[in-house]
Design a protein around this ligand. Sequence first.
Ligand SMILES: [Zn+2]
Length: 109
Amino acid sequence: MNTEQIKDRLEDMRKDLEERQTRIAKHTRHREEPLSADFAEQATELENGETLVALDREIQDEIKRIEQALKRLEDGNYGSCVSCGGDIAEKRLEAIPHAGQCIDCASKE
Ligand SMILES: [Zn+2]
């Protein structure tokens, strides 16, 4: 397992997510400007705002998982399932480098 390569990939992923978060934050701030007079339009804007908040939360969770994976990499626990301690399949890690659980444990939850 090439830990340097994994670390790079995780850091790239985190950077992308942080950029998305910045864009969302900008968009959300923009919404605090006076709303348009058209009521229907306001409703749409509100809906979009809620979607953005949910999206922002998802991104936050994803960043957290990536940071935990980076920590495990540093500690030398990377690739071990946090629930059962077994090995996480390499294919799974290739697809989801920040996976903390083996496929068995992940599907149980
Ligand atoms: Zn497991």
